[in-house]
Design a protein around this ligand. Structure first.
Ligand code: IYR
Length: 222
């Protein structure tokens, strides 16, 4: 197992109510500034930062603590070029017939198209793979709630990227199996998300979106 079979003391916090209110409000303010970014600077980001981001993502909870994920971190220009070419090929087909009229209409505000230059400009690409099952000492082992677990890890990763002062985009070129091929992943791994990571371009603009109000998305049962 990934750990011992003992229980150990949990180092708990014991904040006052006003501390809780302050801390949660501060965190909300910070997280509310996060935006999905498609215009990246090519300014390098140290590998150590990427390592810290991935370790944070892997602190996410997972079904039976199986940690059913692999993070591929790519700064190699040749690989980024290959990934861009393959993603653009799929996206070209998507934007020219594979996506419905409704879908294209819903995307209009984002002004996206099949061009994905950010895949080469961003200093890092992180490709998150989900492991449908695992291998331990060459034996297949079961994984549970894989989608949920990897989705939560992706959320942790996006949050960590923002906290570090960098930007990303949850990019899902579809279909995405070209990523498993290019990165030569084993048969238990399927691509889940592709995240370019870096600084935003100096002249970067984002769509003017609103977030749901609390009362539009919350039901209290007090
Ligand atoms: N994968 C395409 C299309 C796309 C789909 C959704 I849903 C988005 O929120 C944004 C884009 C692309 O990346 O352009």
């Amino acid at each position: 197992m990934a750990g011992s079979d003992k229980f150990i003391p949990f180092k708990r916090n014991n904040f006052t109510e006003s501390e809780l209110i302050q801390k949660s409000a501060d965190h909300y303010q910070k997280m509310d500034q996060r935006r999905s970014i498609r215009e990246f600077s090519n300014q390098p980001v140290p590998k150590e930062v990427i390592e810290n981001l991935i370790k944070t993502a892997s602190s996410a909870p997972s079904g039976a603590h199986k940690q059913p994920w692999t993070f591929c971190a790519i700064s190699n220009p040749e690989l980024k070029k290959k990934i861009r070419a393959a993603a653009e090929e799929e996206e070209y087909t998507n934007y020219n017939g594979r996506m419905s009229e409704d879908w294209l209409k819903d995307l209009a505000v984002f002004q996206t198209d099949w061009h994905k230059e950010f895949l080469e400009i961003a200093p890092w690409l992180i490709v998150l793979f989900r492991q449908n099952f695992g291998y331990e000492n060459g034996e297949k082992v079961k994984h549970y709630y894989v989608q949920e677990s990897v989705g939560i890890a992706a959320g942790f990763l996006i949050s960590a990227i923002h906290q570090a002062g960098l930007v990303t985009l949850t990019h899902t070129p579809s279909p995405m199996n070209f990523l498993a091929k290019i990165l030569e992943r084993p048969d238990n791994e399927k691509p889940f998300l592709l995240l370019p990571v870096g600084y935003a371009a100096a002249d970067c603009k984002v769509p003017d979106l609103n977030r749901k109000r609390l009362d539009e998305m919350t039901v209290f049962y007090s």
